[in-house]
Design a protein. Structure first.
Length: 271
C-alpha cells in the first residue's frame, strides 16, 4: 500500500530536531513521496537542501505563497522566476489568495497569482493553490484563463459541493487533509458526494494535524489517518483509497523528470 503526501512543508524548523526520523515514520506508514510547496524567498534554501538530501522522495515546488505577498513582492517573484528558469520543479506552488489573515495586499496577491499561472503554462507545470477564504474568487479567476491550459490541486480544499464540482470541471484535483477528520468540519459530507477519482491526499505538515493529533504538530505519517477517514466516508477499503489517490497524485505531477533532476543535483554537489 502506497500513499503520496502531495503537500508538506517538511523543510521548516518545526522538524529541525527529528526530520529524518519523521520521514522514516512516514515511510513506515506507507508514504512513499513528499511534494514540498515553497513559501517565499527565505524558505528556498531549506526546501532545496531537503530535496537534495532525499532526491528520490522529496519533490520541490517553486512559487510565492499569497501570505508572503507584500510591498516587495516583485523581488520575490523575480527570484521564483529565476529558479523556474534554472532547473525542473514538480509544480508552481504554493500560490493563490488568502483573504483570512490580511486583505491589505489582495490586489498584489491576485497579480502574483496570475503571473505565476502564466509561468506554469510557460514551463508546462501544474499549480498548487492556497485558497483560504478565497475559493470562489480563485474559481472566478481560473475561469478567465484559457480553457484547459492549467491543472493542479486546490490544496486543503474546504469548500462546498458546488465549488468542488466547479473545481473538477476546471480540471483540478481536491487536496484532502486533516480537516476531513475534524468534528463539525462538514467536509466529510461534501467528500462523500465526490468520486475518489478527483481527490489527492495531503498533510500540510506541520499544520492542520488530523484527529487525534489535532492542534499538535502535523507530519507526513498522518496521511494514513486521513486515508482511513476517507475509506470510512467512501465505504471502501484503505487499499482502494491508497491506489486511487496515489494514481491521481502521479497524474497531477506527471512532467517531473526525476532523471533530469538527479543529473542536475549531481552538477550542484560538484560545485
Ligand atoms: Zn502549505
Amino acid at each position: 500500500m502506497e500513499f503520496i503526501d502531495t503537500h508538506a512543508h517538511l523543510y521548516v524548523k518545526a522538524f529541525a530536531a527529528d526530520r529524518e526520523l519523521m520521514i522514516e515514520r512516514a515511510h513506515a506508514n506507507g508514504v512513499s513521496t513528499f511534494y514540498l510547496p515553497n513559501i517565499d524567498q527565505e524558505s528556498i534554501p531549506d526546501l532545496l537542501a531537503l530535496e537534495a538530501r532525499f532526491p528520490e522522495t522529496c519533490m520541490a515546488m517553486m512559487g510565492l505563497h499569497p501570505c508572503s505577498v507584500k510591498e516587495d513582492y516583485e523581488t520575490a517573484l523575480a527570484e521564483v522566476r529565476s529558479w523556474l528558469e534554472r532547473r525542473p520543479f514538480a509544480a508552481v506552488g504554493e500560490i493563490g489568495l488568502d483573504l483570512y489573515w490580511d486583505k491589505t495586499f489582495v490586489r498584489e496577491q491576485e497579480d502574483a497569482f496570475l503571473r505565476q499561472c502564466a509561468w506554469a503554462r510557460e514551463f508546462n507545470l501544474p499549480i498548487v493553490i492556497h485558497s483560504r477564504e478565497s475559493t470562489a474568487e480563485l474559481i472566478a479567476l481560473l475561469r478567465k484563463e484559457p480553457k484547459g491550459t492549467l491543472s493542479g490541486i486546490f490544496h486543503c480544499f474546504t469548500g462546498t459541493l458546488t465549488q468542488a464540482q466547479e473545481i473538477i470541471d476546471l480540471g483540478f484535483y481536491l487536496g484532502i487533509g486533516g480537516v476531513l477528520t475534524f468534528k463539525n468540519g462538514g467536509l466529510d459530507q461534501v467528500v462523500s458526494e465526490i468520486s475518489l477519482d478527483y481527490l489527492v491526499l495531503e498533510t500540510d505538515a506541520p499544520y492542520l494535524a488530523p484527529v487525534p493529533h489535532r492542534g499538535k504538530r502535523n507530519e507526513s505519517a498522518y496521511v494514513r489517518l486521513v486515508a482511513e477517514k476517507l475509506a470510512e466516508i467512501k465505504k471502501c477499503t484503505l487499499e482502494e483509497v491508497a491506489a486511487v489517490t496515489t494514481a491521481n497524485a502521479r497524474n497531477v505531477f506527471p512532467g517531473y523528470d526525476l532523471a533530469e533532476k538527479h543529473a542536475n543535483q549531481q552538477g550542484v554537489s560538484k560545485n
